[in-house]
Design a protein around this ligand. Structure first.
Ligand SMILES: [Zn+2]
Length: 208
C-alpha cells in the first residue's frame, strides 16, 4: 500500500507542477525593481488607443521564474560597452499577458503579419511572451536600441546590422540575457519579443 501511494505521488506531482507553471502571476509582487511601462495601457502604441485597464503586468509563473534569473544577473552588470552603471541594469517590460479581447481588436485594426490570429492566439495570450528592453537601474533610462517598441520595420529584426556599434552591443546584451541566462526563445523579426520554449494553453483571464 505504501509503495502504491508513492507511485501515485510520482504520477501526480509532474501534472501538478505543470498546472502551477502556467498560472498567471503579478510580476511586481515578485520583482520589486522591475520597470513596467505597459504601452497598451496608454495611447502610445501602434493602435494609438488604450487597450488595457491596468498597469499591472502578468506572466505565467514559468516565465516569471526565468525573468527573475535575468533581472538578478542584470543587477550585477555595472559596466557595459565602456559605460558605467553603478547600480547595474534592469529589465523594462512593455507587454506581458494580453487578454484575447485585445488580440481581436489588434487583429481587426492591423491583421497579419504583425498580429497573431486571435483564433489560435498569440504567445502573449498564454502569458508566455514578454516584450522587453534594458534600462539603467539607477535612472530607469532606456539603453539605446535599434527601434522603438512595436516599430514593425526591417530595423526591428535581430539580423539588421546597419546600426551604430553601441546599439548592436545593447541588442546583443539583451539577447544574451534572455536566451542564455533565461533560456528563452527570440523572435527574428522583433528584437524585444521573447517567449518560453514550451507552449501552454490559451488563457482567458481578465485584468482588473
Ligand atoms: Zn511581443
Amino acid at each position: 500500500m505504501k509503495y502504491l501511494l508513492f507511485a501515485c505521488l510520482l504520477l501526480i506531482s509532474p501534472l501538478y507542477s505543470q498546472s502551477a507553471q502556467d498560472e498567471l502571476v503579478n510580476v511586481k509582487e515578485f520583482i520589486h525593481d522591475i520597470v513596467l511601462d505597459l504601452k497598451y495601457n496608454t495611447e502610445d502604441n501602434f493602435l494609438s488607443q488604450k487597450c488595457y485597464t491596468t498597469d499591472e503586468c502578468y506572466l505565467s509563473r514559468a516565465l516569471l521564474e526565468r525573468v527573475i534569473l535575468i533581472q538578478d544577473s542584470l543587477r550585477n552588470i555595472t559596466i557595459h560597452d565602456g559605460i558605467s552603471y553603478p547600480q547595474g541594469l534592469a529589465l523594462k517590460i512593455w507587454d506581458g499577458y494580453r487578454p484575447r479581447a485585445v488580440q481581436y481588436l489588434m487583429w481587426e485594426l492591423v491583421g497579419p503579419p504583425w498580429v497573431a490570429n486571435p483564433a489560435s492566439g498569440s504567445r502573449h495570450n498564454r502569458g508566455e511572451a514578454a516584450d522587453v528592453t534594458l534600462v539603467d537601474r539607477a535612472s530607469g533610462e532606456e539603453l539605446e536600441m535599434p527601434t522603438y517598441f512595436d516599430e514593425f520595420t526591417p530595423a526591428a529584426a535581430h539580423g539588421y546590422m546597419n546600426l551604430p556599434a553601441n546599439v548592436i552591443a545593447n541588442r546583443e546584451l539583451l539577447k544574451n540575457m534572455m536566451v542564455q541566462v533565461g533560456g528563452l526563445n527570440l523572435y527574428d523579426a522583433e528584437w524585444w519579443h521573447y517567449t518560453l520554449p514550451i507552449g501552454y494553453p490559451l488563457l482567458d483571464f481578465q485584468m482588473k
